[in-house]
Design a protein around this ligand. Structure first.
Ligand SMILES: Cc1cc2nc3c(=O)[nH]c(=O)nc-3n(C[C@H](O)[C@H](O)[C@H](O)COP(=O)(O)OP(=O)(O)OC[C@H]3O[C@@H](n4cnc5c(N)ncnc54)[C@H](O)[C@@H]3O)c2cc1C
Ligand code: FES
Length: 292
């Protein structure tokens, strides 16, 4: 059933965390066949809500398409680098995302957030920082990467491993290829044909990780990728002496409210929407879900 979009108005204070704020689709830029970068601005940022300048890397928003529904999407840029609305990197998979791809630029949307607990940058700086992304995992890790670049002097080695099936699936590759020379990087493609990034290995991110020298006592890791990737990558890091306390992972669960009310996103005794989506590997394992 198509429900009309309800949005908060200035009279509706205090802000209801379940009530989307009116927002506008400013720009939609194709990144691949089924992924695009959306820029969305609040109609009345003075009411609160995600402005693009008030979030932590790894946090997310609930974005609603009028008459269809809403879904969670991570903020894919660092707050300090973008004050002109939020950037969301969205893959077209189902009803809500299909509608978001079909709407014209300028369309009215609903936006709630910023939500959840993201990456604590203070925990990631001070030594080496390794970012490991698989597929759409680069969306949340782009915000960590941008934040890390603003604190570059507090990080010794900044290392990025980014993997995808094909070159066409490697989102954000032009800006990753143009990173400063002191950012170590290694790309992994299952199918390397037509590759336009280097250095490159043929295979998955676990294989790329095996080629990167690490000091387990200095490195902090931010990790995001498909569930099937997480376990072997964490095991691979631990086998090299990296503590599960120093590996931070963003998890996805089906969500409804996004604010800890409905229980849809339970991971063990925690809710991914408020206690996460970022958990240390140690915490995720203790919850008995997400990691073994
Ligand atoms: C915290 C968080 C951050 C997210 N960030 C992004 C992002 O930055 N970009 C992006 O494209 N997507 C992101 N997602 C996933 C996105 O919210 C879902 O794909 C959403 O369901 C799409 O809505 P839809 O109506 O288009 O598709 P749906 O009809 O809801 O789903 C399409 C298919 O995807 C499956 N699916 C949907 N969500 C999940 C899930 N969480 N886990 C496993 N399977 C699922 C469904 O079972 C179905 O088969 C995020 C999810 C979470 C929880
Ligand atoms: S989505 Fe409702 S409790 Fe997390």
């Amino acid at each position: 059933m198509n429900a009309p979009l309800r949005v908060s108005t200035p009279e509706a204070a205090p802000l209801d965390p379940l009530m989307p704020l009116a927002a506008r689709l400013r720009r939609r830029e194709r990144l691949s066949d089924d992924v695009a970068l959306f820029t969305v601005t609040l109609e009345q940022p003075e009411m609160g809500g995600p402005t693009g300048a008030n979030h932590q890397p790894g946090q997310f928003v609930m974005l609603s398409a009028p008459g269809v529904g809403e879904a969670p999407f991570c903020l894919c840029h660092a707050a300090s680098t973008h004050e002109d609305g939020v950037e969301l990197c969205i893959r077209r998979v189902g009803e809500v995302t299909a509608r978001l791809f079909d709407l014209p630029e300028g369309a009215l949307l609903g936006l709630r957030g910023p939500l959840g607990s993201g990456f604590e940058m203070d925990d990631l700086v001070g030594g080496d920082l390794l970012l490991i992304a698989g597929g759409m995992g680069m969306a949340p890790l782009r915000s960590v990467l941008q934040a890390a670049l603003t604190r570059r002097r507090e990080i010794d080695r900044l290392i990025l491993i980014d993997g995808a099936r094909t070159m066409a699936d490697l989102i954000f590759w032009p800006e990753l290829a143009a990173l400063p020379a002191d950012v170590e990087r290694l790309f992994a493609l299952d199918d390397p044909s037509g590759a336009r990034v280097e250095p490159l290995i043929t295979g998955h991110v676990g294989m790329a990780l095996a080629q990167v020298a690490l000091d387990p006592n200095r490195v902090k890791v931010a990790l995001c990728g498909p569930p099937v990737m997480l376990e072997p990558v964490v095991r691979g890091l631990e086998a090299r002496g990296v503590s599960a306390e120093d590996i931070f992972i963003t998890f996805e669960r089906r969500m409804s409210c996004g604010v800890g009310h409905c229980g849809h996103c339970a991971m063990g005794r925690r809710y991914v929407c408020v206690d996460g989506p970022v958990f240390s590997a140690a915490a995720a394992r203790e919850l008995g879900e997400g990691l073994r």
